[in-house]
Write a protein that binds this ligand. Structure first.
Ligand code: ZN
Length: 402
């Protein structure tokens, strides 16, 4: 057994490139899952798939596996998570990567669009500008696979039990992680390998988010013949839009009205209109206050304008806040410092798998991997950052401390 192992950077690079070439938009993660299974079964590691794919209407579920300690070490069990899906290859149009491939006809029997055109320019990995690279989150998967192979193929000592999940549909609002059964893990603390920030950074705090749709139903009438019996849904929606919380209701919350629609020709008092908006807050009490405020406003406008106003809430994710003395963050910060990096702790205004996993009691921070221009066709990654992030991960997981 070897201690203080380092990643095999050649293998790490080739895994990363192979993963990036496989298209895996949300709901179509099967090919990436097959790659992970093949790579790990060659190393004698079996991988289990849960039922999340069926539940969510995708072609693949979440994958998970556990490595048992290979030494007497009694380190705290840890878990790692990385998501297998990417945003659509072309986030602007949702079309598949490559110039020739076509989502209907160019997919062949596997139903998977053509290879992502991955280009290498020295340290930099990018595409031909026709597709996202998918470094979000193939960087995380590559780091996790390299760690597993280092233990299983190279015989590096693992001083703790390690649970790993490769999740689906993160980009659709952490749906795969939300379906994941936390009881499958031995560990209750770990790292979500999905951070956009540089190596040595972590997201320790993210908000709760709700989306709302407000349906306004009035009464239709002719605007000239019978204006008095009409109840104008568009006017009611307009009043709501101007009075709904918007911008920064407090230091820890944001709110937005994103769209207003409805109505018809100029001579008809319109009977339907719709508003779509969202609220986010790091403080769950403030979320409740904002929700109550919106409901009260809806009821007030409904009563005064004699229309029906219905607010439909969609809960996307829950806030988390990892304190500096919590073990997953302490381990991360200590190992950053011992490798000469001052940890950078950040909050995020968006959510992801860490929101879903923390809500299940799996205390975790989002581990910085150095992603660049994610969710765009200009996305790129640097081998040097992938290697440094993986090296730090080895330090944390394979160190007998903690
Ligand atoms: Zn991601």
């Amino acid at each position: 057994m070897k201690l203080n192992a380092s990643p095999n950077n050649e293998r790490l690079r080739s895994i990363f490139l192979e993963l990036c070439r496989i298209p895996s938009p949300s709901g179509s993660e099967q090919s990436v899952a097959a790659y992970i299974r093949t790579r790990l079964s060659a190393a004698g590691v079996s991988v289990t798939e849960d039922g999340a794919g069926t539940a969510l209407g995708g072609n693949c579920g979440n994958l998970y596996l556990r490595l048992e300690p290979s030494t007497e070490g009694s380190g705290e069990p840890l878990f790692l998570a990385a998501h297998m899906d990417t945003v659509p290859p072309d986030p602007q149009t949702g079309s598949p990567p490559g110039v020739e491939s076509d989502p209907q006809s160019g997919t062949g029997s596997s139903g998977v669009p053509g290879e992502v055109p991955v280009l290498i320019d020295g340290d930099r990995v990018h595409t031909n500008g026709q597709s996202v690279l998918g470094g979000d989150d193939k960087l995380g998967i590559a780091a996790a696979l390299e760690l597993i192979l280092s233990v299983t193929e190279d015989g590096n000592a693992l001083p703790r039990s390690l649970d790993i999940a490769f999740t689906i549909q993160e980009e659709r609002g952490a749906k795969g992680a939300a379906c994941f059964d936390a009881g499958l893990f031995k560990a209750v603390l770990g790292y979500v390998l999905d951070g956009e920030g540089p190596v040595g950074s972590a997201i320790t705090k993210a908000p709760t988010k709700y989306r709302y749709t407000i349906e306004v139903r009035g009464r239709r009438s002719h605007a000239a013949v019978d204006p008095d019996s009409g109840r104008n849904a568009v006017a009611a929606a307009g009043e709501l839009a101007s009075r709904l919380p918007c911008g920064r209701p407090s230091q820890s919350s944001t709110a937005n009205v994103g769209s207003i629609s409805g109505g018809g020709p100029s001579n008809i008092v319109p009977d339907t209109a719709q508003l779509v908006g969202e609220i986010r807050s790091f403080d769950s009490a403030e979320i409740e206050t904002l929700q109550a405020q919106i409901q009260t406003l809806a009821a007030e406008v409904a009563a005064r304008r004699e229309v029906v106003v219905e607010v439909i809430w969609e809960h996307l994710y829950d806030a988390y806040n990892i304190e500096p003395d919590e073990p997953c963050l302490r381990m991360f910060a200590d190992h950053c410092r011992s490798t000469g990096r001052e940890p950078t702790l950040m909050s995020s205004l968006g959510g992801g798998d860490a929101n879903a996993l923390n809500a299940k009691g799996l205390r975790s921070i989002v581990y910085g991997l150095g992603m660049h221009n994610i969710h765009s066709r200009d996305e790129y990654a640097l081998f040097s950052e992938l290697e440094a992030a993986t090296e730090l991960l080895f330090q944390i997981v394979l160190s007998p401390q903690f």
